[in-house]
Design a binder for this molecule. Structure first.
Ligand SMILES: Nc1ncnc2c1ncn2[C@@H]1O[C@H](COP(=O)(O)OP(=O)(O)O)[C@@H](O)[C@H]1O
Ligand SMILES: [Mg+2]
Length: 220
């Protein structure tokens, strides 16, 4: 069963001489529990596609259907609720809140939800090998540790879909492997869908589905 569909998705930035057609008529179906990898050259439209699927940006035309809900039919408040409940986001830059501790950063998405599962927060910190740093601030952590916190924050609400834009781009090979294993463990345990942009063909090998983008078009 598809958890996410896109229908004739098109995104145009700018106009006249600055016009860029970043996405051209994209039709995709992604099933629950799949590990999907998006590959393509720099500037091909990968981040635009990911951001639109995650509801962070709106398409120029076309639809995104998540769990049978057309997200274009939602207002900004409903969209943000859907993001909070169903979606986890991981970026190459960690975007942690500098004045909050590791534990507080991880728990941030649970604010204003019914999710008060401190046992899971502790479990996550164990899994991320970050428990001994839980009262540290982001500035006191290495890059790999900061990315593990960002992943904890993305997973804390047990989202149905995890969107990741080159999540291991700044990490060394060993930390990269650890981070990927973590994501895969969570995916299996909670039957989550992962949609990840990567340059790394080693990662692409593990994917259930590879989406290749060239100049805003899907290439089979
Ligand atoms: N906010 C924006 N305004 C104008 N053009 C943009 C914007 N974001 C992306 N683009 C353009 O859209 C195209 C696709 O960009 P992007 O999705 O970021 O590619 P990728 O992630 O594959 O490197 C590029 O040509 C880029 O210059
Ligand atoms: Mg990008």
């Amino acid at each position: 069963m598809p958890i996410l569909k896109t229908q004739s998705l098109t995104k145009i930035y700018g106009k006249d001489e600055t016009e860029v057609k970043a996405l051209n008529n994209i039709n995709l179906e992604i099933n629950k529990g799949e590990f999907v990898v998006i590959v393509g050259k720099s500037g091909s439209g990968k981040s635009t596609l990911l951001h639109i699927m995650a509801g962070l940006e709106t398409p120029t035309s076309g639809d995104i259907i998540i769990d049978n809900i057309n997200i274009s039919s939602l207002d900004e408040k409903q969209r943000s609720l859907l993001r909070k409940e169903k979606i986890g986001l991981i970026f190459q830059s960690y975007n942690l809140i500098p004045v909050l501790t590791v534990e507080e950063n991880i728990k941030l998405p649970t604010i204003n939800t019914n999710n008060k599962d401190d046992i899971y927060v502790n479990e996550l910190m164990e899994l991320l090998s970050i428990t001994d740093r839980k009262t540290h601030l982001p500035s006191q952590l290495s890059g790999g540790q900061q990315q593990r916190v960002a992943i904890g924050r993305a997973l804390v609400n047990k989202p149905a879909i995890i969107f990741a834009d080159e999540p291991t781009g700044n990490l060394d090979t060993k930390t990269e492997g650890e981070v990927l294993n973590l994501l895969k463990e969570s995916q299996k345990k909670y039957n989550q869908t992962i949609i990840m942009i990567t340059h790394n063909m080693e990662i692409a090998k593990y994917a259930d589905k590879i989406i290749k983008i060239e100049d805003g078009f899907i290439r089979e």
